[in-house]
Design a protein around this ligand. Structure first.
Ligand SMILES: [Zn+2]
Length: 239
């Protein structure tokens, strides 16, 4: 169920994998995605399983749109699913969930303030600045010292893009430029994420640098599986 699970100060977080869920077929088995064709009842069951295993009272998720908007859980009504790409909390027992299949999942924890968060960052989010937006919001609530964990994602040797696209992203974030193992233009979004976080003074732990979602079948991958790929995720909660 969990590729990685850790507690740092008052923040507990986990990155999920494909195992231990209820879904079948391309969504087998721990699919957390609700808009990819899987049975909504099974997905709900999977979300409940994850929340139960982590001891989360309320699990807040977001509708991710590759933007740079941020929401705090104290501003999210029960049952509401905010349309944002970063979800932050300073409420005890409220879990925040990010869902991915090749994009980069990021967990944040305040080291001097009880603040936790998750970020969804793909190519567009990297350029639009979802990471500085989320870090700025966390700092606004008093957390100076922030640590981040980055999970499995499409690696820079696999994520092939047209040359113009690679140029456009590299113009904003030079560290994201890459080349596939077959020597064509590519992007390394994880490298861009690490660079942006470090520039913002965040301590970075890269848990996914040897776990490419396109290559590693323990994870869902949009590039490898197509439209009906499931979604794995990361959850953070304050104790
Ligand atoms: Zn790869």
């Amino acid at each position: 169920m969990f590729f990685h699970r850790e507690t740092v100060g008052r923040v507990e977080f986990a990155f999920s994998d494909r195992e231990g869920g209820l879904s079948a077929g391309p969504w087998a088995s721990l699919n957390l995605g609700t808009s990819n064709g899987d049975d909504p009842n099974l997905v709900q069951g999977n979300l409940e399983l994850v929340a139960e295993h982590l001891g989360v009272d309320r699990l807040v998720r977001m509708t991710q749109v590759h933007g740079a908007d941020v929401a705090w859980t104290d501003g999210v009504a029960p049952g509401e699913i905010p349309v944002v790409d970063a979800l932050l909390t300073d409420q005890v027992g409220v879990g925040v969930l990010v869902r991915v299949a090749d994009c980069t999942p990021i967990v944040l924890a305040g080291l001097d303030e009880a603040v936790a968060g998750v970020i969804h960052c793909g190519r567009e989010g990297l350029v639009q600045g979802v990471i500085p937006a989320a870090i700025g919001a966390v700092r606004d609530r008093g957390a100076e010292s922030i640590e981040a964990w980055i999970g499995p994602r499409a690696c820079g040797r696999c994520y092939e893009v047209p040359e113009e696209m690679a140029d456009a992203v590299a113009a904003a974030v030079p560290e994201a430029r890459s080349t596939t193992s077959w020597r064509t233009p590519a992007l390394d979004i994880g490298a861009g994420v690490v660079a942006q976080l470090r520039e913002l003074g965040v301590q970075v732990n890269d848990l996914g640098d040897h776990s490419c979602t396109i290559e590693d079948e323990r994870f869902f991958s949009y590039r490898r599986q197509g439209q009906d790929s499931g979604r794995f995720g990361a959850i953070a909660v304050i104790r």
